[in-house]
Design a protein around this ligand. Sequence first.
Ligand code: NAP
Length: 337
Amino acid sequence: MQITENTSLKIYNTFGIEARAKLFGIIENSGDVQTCLPLIKEANQTLLIGSGSNILFTSDFDGLVLVNRILGKKVVVENEDEVLLRVYGGENWSDLVDFTVEQGWGGIENLSLIPGTVGAAPVQNIGAYGVELKESLVSLEAVDLNSGEVIQLTNEDCGFSYRSSIFKTTFKGRFLILSVLFKLFKKPTLNLSYGPLKAAFAERNEDEVSVKEVSEAVKSIRRSKLPDPEELGNAGSFFKNPVVPFSKLEKLVAQFPDVPFYKVDDKNFKLAAGWLIEKSGWKGKRFGDAGVHEKQALVLVNYGNASGKEVYELSEKIKESVKSNFGIILETEVTII
Ligand code: NAP
């Protein structure tokens, strides 16, 4: 594999931000990872990326950037009910969903059209329309970058939670995910619980709805409100949805009776960050080339030549205003570099 110096990362992040990596390489197989281990030890920092769809560069990266492009997928076990499918980390996530849907295998159809790679998906336990990656992930294979050892981690080992895992917290940067083992179902139970999906199939008997139809509905809903990174730089939801205790929710509802909320457990409720941002007046606002998407306030966009700093500064202003309007501190979902 080739390691290059002072490499532009513009095509390696879906925000389309210009930033340079001191050292840069593309990993195509597990041998490449082993080749890189000495470099990783020497570099003062290493950043692993898939398609760069959840990252914002606010400066050049003074270290080693490695892009995971390990490709391949194979059926490990198949019977009349289920399929165990191993998929390598550099595969495109959305293409994988399309492949499973074409086979009629259910489990990840609600996660259609999410930008990113298979190896990056466990890092933040990607989720959409009531389904999370952790529900179909059996285990994964990763290289421990400290020792070079290849290890197997079970679903439980990964410490999945809402848009997070050990790969984003305790063991950030420690493991390179080589492959993921998925369990998919031939007679799946569909999840049509989210409003737009429920509405799309309101007239139908749920038993007759196919995974392909669900996938098509998710794609159509996403296309109607979320920008395509190929056309407009963005990294999906910029902030996480905040979770608040009942006491806080009660106060909010008294002040803003139309605030949407969803029960997480007996004590906690999830609020829609997009709603808080929209109510604070940010939806569709543009400052130079950095802006808030006109159809979904949770998504920050780069209209062309925004710098990472400009997008970051915009995100900080949004946080301040949501805090002053609602007393809620938004957390960033995107990784800021
Ligand atoms: P939306 O329909 O405008 O709803 C706003 C938020 O309310 C969502 O983020 C969702 O939380 C929550 N919500 C809506 N219906 C719910 C229900 N029945 N039960 C529990 N929570 C509910 O959301 P959107 O922005 O168009 O996104 C639709 C889905 O795609 C969401 O699941 C969202 O997370 C996902 N998505 C993720 C990204 C990303 O970059 N991570 C980007 C775009 C969309 P949850 O986020 O917890 O589902």
